[in-house]
Design a binder for this molecule. Structure first.
Ligand SMILES: Nc1nc2c(c(=O)[nH]1)N[C@H]1C(S)=C(S)[C@@H](COP(=O)(O)OP(=O)(O)OC[C@H]3O[C@@H](n4cnc5c(=O)[nH]c(N)nc54)[C@H](O)[C@@H]3O)O[C@H]1N2
Ligand SMILES: Nc1nc2c(c(=O)[nH]1)N[C@H]1C(S)=C(S)[C@@H](COP(=O)(O)OP(=O)(O)OC[C@H]3O[C@@H](n4cnc5c(=O)[nH]c(N)nc54)[C@H](O)[C@@H]3O)O[C@H]1N2
Ligand SMILES: [Mo]
Length: 692
């Protein structure tokens, strides 16, 4: 029998449709679904391993109660009934003793159950709902919110003449987008790629490749902006009517001469001038800037704003062939239509609660996001200031995603009560008091949207493995056991989804009847370029952000100001450590234990420039030490001419060489709280023969 579902290894936007062959309740084969708009029948390396991922040997089979020391993995199996009874008793006890805010609710990478977890947290009385998006995507949303007032943008690849890919290598990060790039190239469009690595994207597509030192993008963008202005290559009519703060921007950008920018970024002044000229001569320009590689810096959000400013200077904004505002529809996916999902959590926000974790340190985050900024969780658990956090209820928590992760690891040990729900027995789950088994996307149902106005309510392909349950079943049951007085959480998943999409014309009964196919939302229409306006205080695109100015705090600059990453002052550490650029066979921590994928790149590697290595007597494959002011790890060297001299690149999430253990503590973007994963200073040396 063949049943349709989707692969949910990567981010929800591009989840690809799959066809699952099922025999006697077991999936025997998975292939891409040619009829599905995402993937169109093709699967990437990770998608092809989805069956193997689901059937990993370390799936958690039963609810587990800790019996040994935290972290040593000794548990006994208990029933679901006992697990819920215990959890409800402990959480209500901690609430009675320390206040509801002392319980934090956290979600790792998965997005589909988040609206319900958020509502649970708020209805319980805790403002401390937070997620992995404290390090992903939200920084770019914040950048857009305080410039245009829209959450996100999509490049109009069907009509652009120049694609400016700022930190863009879909060959590793988004394979399903490569086809669109090829079509664009075939149409004759030009490509500028900005990436310190000579990636496949740069080699195969770029007419011009700029290679800045990681974390210096803001200076580069300001300098390109300056070139556009002094050469008269800006769209003055657009600027006059649609832009606020141009004169201030112009005055500030004038300092960033190509020569000065060359000094800061390492990009030759001539290339900066050429880049501006190409942008001028080849419009419309569509800029695609990463929400991770550009944001994972001490200065990430402002760098993002500086890049975004180029679209506005060119007038290539919200028009055909440029970039067009988008809508986050449901659970971090963009369907091109609105739902009431964002309100679902916040309508029960506990109004008298103290500020969520991280919101004192990151006031712009608080203003624009309102959730807990989870990167500050380690500090607050440890210091108990301004109030203690005594319990964490987590779904899919991976402590290795945090910068300086030894701090969160130690903090978790200090908790009175820690629950983690995961598919697998991870090192984080091993530290929990109670571990609950979740099931995968093919073992449950879910409401889901896809770009182009599509939605579906999926059907389980197989029964949940072992005693595992879907995250939402767990959340709804906990709400009942906690005796939370929330009428929606007293109902069920479907009732809540119906409630969130009540503003649309989606016929939910149809969805429930036909679960094997995608449904088009009745009345769906694509956003018309030029129709979105600006949701900002001035009603214009704010190069000078009123939203930031209104914070009334001099640390925060309304212009897209360039500040050197703080760690760059550490002169004893000559290299820049850029951790995280995607690898084809990895997806954060979740695929490192999938044998066939791990076999493609078995060891954690540090990529470095061949010339740099030679100067240090390092040969390809040598075990070397990478040390920052936070700590040191050992890994094997992978040498390449394609790596920018002076930089090293390391992928994250490995147990044996955890790069986040050496990202400096509290090395965060003050606007967003995002860790500086991609521009910390380090030194590199060959290990002693004994490997130490
Ligand atoms: N295979 C795979 N794909 C993934 C993921 C994964 O783990 N594995 N993760 C998914 C997730 S959650 C996210 S958020 C996205 C991230 O998506 P991206 O940020 O687009 O992906 P990256 O590969 O991290 O970075 C893109 C490119 O930016 C370059 N880069 C790094 N630092 C800088 C910098 O400071 N400046 C400039 N100009 N370039 C820089 C890198 O060399 C890389 O080639 O990827 C998604 N796709
Ligand atoms: N150094 C460095 N660190 C980074 C980054 C970087 O670029 N560099 N990138 C950051 C970014 S962009 C991101 S998105 C984060 C990644 O964020 P993480 O949360 O670390 O992502 P994963 O490693 O996928 O871990 C998620 C956990 O969820 C579990 N899981 C999977 N499916 C389900 C489910 O349906 N239910 C439940 N309950 N659990 C499930 C998985 O088994 C896994 O243990 O890492 C961040 N950390
Ligand atoms: Mo991410």
């Amino acid at each position: 029998m063949i049943k349709k579902s989707f692969c949910n290894i990567c981010a929800p936007g591009p989840h690809c449709g799959i066809l699952c062959e099922v025999e006697n309740g077991v999936i025997t084969k998975i292939a891409g679904d040619p009829e599905h708009p995402s993937g169109k029948g093709a699967l990437c390396l990770r998608g092809n391993a989805y069956r193997e991922y689901i059937y990993r040997e370390d799936r958690i089979k039963m609810p587990l109660l800790r019996t040994g020391e935290r972290g040593n993995g000794e548990f006994k199996e208990i029933s679901w009934d006992e697990a819920f009874g215990l959890a409800a008793e402990k959480l209500n006890e901690i609430k009675a003793n320390y206040g509801a805010e002392s319980v934090a609710f956290f979600s790792g990478y998965e997005k589909w159950y988040r609206p319900f977890l958020q509502r649970l947290s708020y209805s319980f009385g805790s403002p401390n709902y937070g997620t992995e998006s404290s390090t992903c995507f939200t920084s770019s949303i914040m950048s857009h919110m305080c410039s245009s007032g829209h959450e996100c943008f999509r490049p109009d690849l069907a009509h652009c003449s120049l694609f400016l890919g700022w930190c863009s290598n879909p060959f590793t990060g988004a394979p399903s987008a490569v086809g669109a790039m090829r079509a664009l190239k075939k149409r004759g469009a030009k490509f500028i790629i900005v990436d310190p690595k000579r990636t496949r994207m740069a080699k195969e597509f770029a007419n011009l490749h700029l290679r800045p030192i990681p974390g210096t993008d803001g200076a580069l963008a300001l300098s390109i902006g300056r070139e556009l202005i002094i050469n008269g290559w800006t769209d003055d009519r657009f600027i006059k009517y649609k832009v606020y703060g141009f004169e201030e921007y112009k005055a500030y950008a004038m300092d960033f001469t190509p020569e000065k920018a060359e000094e800061i970024t390492g990009v030759p002044a001539e290339d900066i001038k050429l880049c501006a000229k190409m942008l001028h001569e080849n419009g419309p320009v569509s800029i695609n800037q990463s929400s991770a590689a550009l944001a994972h810096h001490f200065n990430g959000m402002q760098n993002h704003r500086a890049v975004m400013a180029l679209s506005v200077l060119l007038g290539d904004y919200d028009k055909e062939g440029a970039i067009i505002p988008g809508i986050l529809t449901y659970a971090h996916s963009s369907g091109g239509f609105e739902t009431l999902e964002p309100k679902f959590g916040f309508e029960v926000y506990p109004k008298d609660a103290p500020l969520p974790v991280g919101c004192e340190r990151f006031p712009l985050w608080h203003k624009l996001v309102g959730e807990m900024q989870a990167t500050d969780l380690a500090r607050q658990i440890t210091e108990e200031k301004p109030y203690p956090i005594k319990a964490v209820w987590a779904h899919g928590m991976n402590y290795r995603m945090f910068g300086a992760d030894n701090h969160i690891k130690d903090a978790l040990k200090k908790l009175d009560f820690f629950v983690d729900t995961d598919l697998f027995m991870t090192d984080t789950a091993k530290m929990a008091d109670l571990v609950l088994p979740a099931c995968s996307s093919v073992e449950r149902s879910e409401f889901k949207v896809w770009p182009g106005g599509f939605c579906t309510y999926t059907e389980p392909v197989i029964e949940p493995l072992y005693e595992s349950r879907s995250d939402t079943d767990i959340i709804f049951e906990l709400a009942k056991r906690l005796d939370i007085k929330d009428e929606m959480l007293r109902k069920d998943y479907i009732s809540c989804v119906r409630y969130m999409v009540r503003n649309t014309k989606i016929n939910f009964d149809e969805l429930l009847k036909d679960r094997q196919n995608l449904h088009k939302v009745p009345g769906f229409a694509h956003v018309v370029p030029g129709s979105s306006g600006f949701n900002t205080p001035t009603g214009k695109y704010e190069l000078y952000s009123k939203t930031i100015e209104e914070l009334g705090d001099e640390r925060f600059k309304p212009l897209p100001t360039y500040e050197e990453p703080d760690d760059f002052r550490e002169n004893d550490y000559p290299f820049v450590l850029c951790s995280g650029p995607r690898i084809q066979n990895g997806h954060h921590s979740r695929l490192h234990d999938v044998p066939s994928l791990r076999a493609k790149r078995p060891k954690p590697l540090v990529e470095m420039n061949t010339g740099d290595a030679e100067a240090l007597g390092i040969e390809d494959g040598d075990m070397i030490t990478v040390e920052t002011k936070e700590g040191a790890i050992n890994l094997n060297a992978l040498l390449s001419e394609d790596i920018l001299a002076g930089c090293v690149f390391i992928y994250h999430g490995y147990r044996e060489a955890d790069v986040n253990s050496i990202i400096p503590y509290q090395y965060e973007d003050p606007y967003t709280g995002f860790p500086g994963y991609r521009s910390a200073k380090c030194r590199v040396f060959k290990c002693f023969p004994d490997g130490k």
